[in-house]
Design a protein around this ligand. Structure first.
Ligand SMILES: [Ca+2]
Length: 188
């Protein structure tokens, strides 16, 4: 009886140890990118965060995104390498990637339509810059006013499989229609 109890205890310890080891292994396999989303100094909560294929043009990759929900993101696996469905109240996010690689991190604060369209706020991870463009509101020529728009130059992040990259902060968001306008004036 005593021996059975002892071996029972040993077995339990062994199972606990094996469970612990497999947890550790799983942790090693998870590839994550985390950071914070803010716009003009304020945390942005409830925003989608997408890790887009970083081997092509950032805007072209974003152009493939239409529906904003988990099943649409999963279906677009050649473009979307990982995602987080919502940044938290502090603007913090953690996106899980299926493998390592090079990605662009983009955030989309949907206006509620569940599709990427004009009035969604969109922001890239990268260097914040500014550009002067013709004022879209000024349609009467010949002297078109100009406006200065702050935008972000998308920057790639390369992450190894199983690594956890932190501090990938997105600092500035723009309405998608204006971002698309800016895109037309960027140097190629
Ligand atoms: Ca929308």
């Amino acid at each position: 009886m005593k021996i059975t109890k002892k071996s029972g205890l040993f077995l339990m310890l062994l199972i606990a140890l094996l469970a612990f080891i497999s947890c550790e292994k799983l942790q090693e396999l998870l590839t994550t990118i985390s950071g914070n989303v803010e716009n003009e100094g304020a945390a942005v909560s409830g925003a989608f965060i997408l890790a887009l294929n970083g081997t092509g043009d950032a805007y072209a990759e974003l152009g493939n995104v239409d529906e904003l929900n988990e099943s649409a993101f999963n279906a677009l696996s050649t473009v979307i390498k990982g995602f987080d469905l919502a940044s938290d109240a502090n603007g913090d996010y953690t996106a899980t990637l299926l493998s390592g690689g090079t990605v662009y991190m983009v955030t989309i604060k949907d206006d509620g339509s569940e599709e990427l369209d004009s009035f969604d706020l969109v922001g890239w991870f990268g260097d914040v810059d500014s550009i002067r463009i013709p004022d879209p509101a000024d349609t009467i020529g010949p002297d078109i006013d100009t406006i200065t728009v702050t935008y972000t130059i998308p920057q790639t992040v390369t992450i190894e499989k199983g690594a956890d990259t932190t501090g990938i902060d997105i600092e500035h968001l723009l309405e998608y229609w204006l971002l698309q306008k800016v895109q037309g004036y960027l140097p190629k």
